[in-house]
Ligand binder design. Structure first.
Ligand SMILES: [Zn+2]
Length: 252
């Protein structure tokens, strides 16, 4: 996960972050032509008034990003304004346009999925849904990550009910406690952390910090690697070793 790319909530004109293409996952997205930018109605109405300060400028923008590797086009949009920034070049403060992305389609993939394993489609869908709302609603994003770990537990064969004949389901906390900590060391702790952030998101108070969501993504990416480890190289290496042993014995 390239955390740095998702830490900042805004970008300045001419400084599009090096976002990765959501389709080929390798190409870098670059701006296709210029952004379409428009002041909002209040700004247009008040901009020439004496009391109006440049920092009150409020805008919307939309644009398209292209991948030079696979040719994918991603549309994005959001809000913007201007801010004063110190310019080392001119040794003075100057006004700089800034833009806050709030939507991407197709959604940027903040973390990768294990490539060597076939992971459950419903879990992948829940993680993708979290990518879609990351830019616009962090509470909802946290909530979708919580759903993803419920589905991850399903794929780890952690039951939802102690007894199939009862209606009452185990809580997410109880299910996490049932993870085999010998087979999956630290995964309990990792999923518990995502669950807690997800719970905060459920209250929909707009209080889940972006940093915490990024930590959840980093933790989830690692947990997926632990639950879906790459295939062991041991059989292949053992075969290679045996060939050398056989070769040596024929020389003797
Ligand atoms: Zn691409």
């Amino acid at each position: 996960m390239q955390r740095e790319l998702y830490k900042r909530t805004y970008f300045n004109e001419g400084e599009i972050p090096k976002w990765r293409c959501p389709t080929c996952l390798t190409g870098r997205l670059t701006l296709h032509e210029k952004l379409f930018v428009a002041d909002n109605a209040a700004t247009r109405r008040d901009i020439n008034e004496d009391y109006f300060d440049a920092e009150q400028i409020s805008r919307v923008f939309t644009g398209a990003l292209c991948c030079a590797n696979c040719g994918e086009t991603v549309v994005f949009s959001g809000s913007g304004g201007v801010e004063r920034e110190y310019s080392h070049e001119n040794d003075d403060y100057e006004w700089v346009n800034y833009y806050v992305p709030r939507f991407f389609y197709p959604a940027l993939k903040i973390i990768g999925m294990p490539e060597h394993a076939s992971i459950p489609k419903d879990m992948e869908k829940a993680i993708s849904a979290s990518f879609s709302v990351f830019w616009s609603n962090l509470d909802s994003c946290a909530n979708r990550l919580r759903t993803a770990i419920e589905l991850l537990l399903d794929s780890m064969a952690v039951v939802r009910k102690v007894n199939p004949n009862v209606t009452k389901e185990l809580t997410l906390h109880q299910r996490i406690e049932r993870i085999d900590s010998v087979q999956y060391p630290h995964v309990q702790q990792m999923l518990e952390a995502i669950k807690l952030v997800g719970n905060d998101g459920s209250h929909d108070l707009g209080q889940v910090p972006r940093e915490d969501i990024l930590s959840c993504y980093e933790i989830l990416e690692h947990a997926l690697e632990l639950v879906y480890p790459p295939p062991s190289k041991t059989p292949l290496i053992a075969q290679m070793a045996q060939k050398l042993i056989d070769k040596s014995s024929t020389r003797q």
